[in-house]
Design a protein around this ligand. Structure first.
Ligand SMILES: *Cc1c(COP(=O)(O)O)cnc(C)c1O
Length: 353
């Protein structure tokens, strides 16, 4: 692929690793390329990071044709950098594109765009423990008219943001509210696509949970509001009677790469894992009789996020005494060990740049 590079005239001062947080700072450059049916993907370019110029009738602004991904570049102990399962993100984005009628991107082209940009911004991959460079590829429908139709012109963009340690003082369990009014997705909808519209539709319940003092919502299925789906921007897993149980992917749940990695890791350790329907009644019973030993969310940003309490119909259930469980801690240590290159990657998940 021919990538035209225009370098920034001045480079920004880099923030101290201790103030990074999530998604607040951006690097010096970004990647863009455009798609039209006649030219295919074209005009691949890396330019100084800055505002986009888009037409006020741009499809994404009016009809929500937007998809995105999220992954990280990690600083290894030897000073090099690596990615974690990037091909999974590329394939998932192409599946999201298929669902929203946006154009797919050839895998090697996508990988080259990402690795070229990350290598160019090497100095932005922070060295402090548990910090990383977050990679946010996204695609927008970019037609310049208000007609409702599938997209003809799309723009693919990659921006990079150095992010801090998700956990400043150890892994803090969070309180989660089981949402029984709003729903996030239904089968046949866009729940398994990583698209901005899913987030817009989730905000109201998230806000209600926050007002009540809970950090996120646990979604139930959109048809019967009976089965557990996922938490906010994370998949959810439970340890019930010595078995890890997680909702099966049936079309309305985002297929998380962290979820997939945890399942593969547990299976390689001979730990029993079940992907199946998990009803809220089963969960309430397991919470009441104490057979729910651990509960945690999984996602790229936090890796795993222990759940200390679950609230259902205004009744609060404490999980594992409100503390992080042994298995949750083990999964966090193992995955982060591989991601930051501190332990052996026997699965071949990491890609050195
Ligand atoms: C991105 C995302 C996840 C987690 O996926 P990972 O690949 O593990 O980061 C889970 N749920 C939703 C809704 C998401 O957008």
């Amino acid at each position: 692929m021919d990538i035209k590079i225009t370098k920034a005239k001045t480079l920004k001062a880099k923030p101290d690793d201790s103030v990074l947080g999530f998604g607040k700072y951006f690097t010096d450059h970004m990647f863009l390329m455009d798609y039209t049916p006649d030219k295919g993907w074209h005009d691949a370019r890396i330019v100084p990071f800055g505002p986009l110029e888009i037409h006020p009738a741009c499809t994404a602004l009016h009809y929500g044709s937007e998809i995105f991904e999220g992954l990280k570049a990690y600083r290894r102990p030897d000073g090099g950098i690596q990615l974690f399962r990037p091909i999974e993100n590329i394939r998932r984005m192409n599946r999201s594109a298929e669902r929203l009628c946006l154009p797919q991107i050839p895998e090697d082209m996508y990988m080259e765009a990402m690795t070229t940009l990350v290598k160019m911004e090497d100095a932005w991959v922070p060295p402090s423990p548990n910090t990383s460079l977050y990679i946010r590829p996204f695609m927008i429908g970019n037609d310049e008219n208000l007609g409702v139709h599938s997209v003809h012109h799309a723009t693919f963009i990659i921006i990079l943001s150095p992010v801090g340690s998700y956990y400043k003082e150890g892994l803090n369990p969070v309180k989660i509210m089981i949402e029984d009014q709003d729903v996030r997705a239904v089968r046949g909808g866009t729940g398994e696509a990583k698209c901005g519209g899913n987030y817009a539709a989730s905000n109201r319940a998230g806000e209600r949970a926050e007002q009540k003092g809970y950090s996120q919502v646990l979604w139930l299925d959109g048809v019967e509001r009976k089965y557990i789906e996922e938490v906010g921007a994370m998949n959810v897993l439970f340890l019930i009677n010595g078995v890890v149980v997680t909702p099966a992917l049936r079309g309305s749940i985002l297929p998380g790469i962290t979820r997939k990695s945890i399942i593969e890791l547990l299976k390689s350790e001979g730990f029993p894992v079940e992907e199946r329907l998990v009803s809220v009644d089963e969960l309430a019973k397991a919470m009441a009789d104490g057979s729910l030993e651990e509960a945690f969310g999984s996602g790229t940003a936090a890796v795993v996020s222990p759940i200390g309490a679950l609230i259902y119909k205004d009744k609060e259930y404490v999980v594992n005494g409100g503390k992080i469980g042994k298995l949750t801690q083990h999964l966090y240590d193992t995955l982060t060990g591989i991601q930051w290159g501190k332990s052996e990657d026997k699965f071949g998940w990491t890609v050195k740049l």
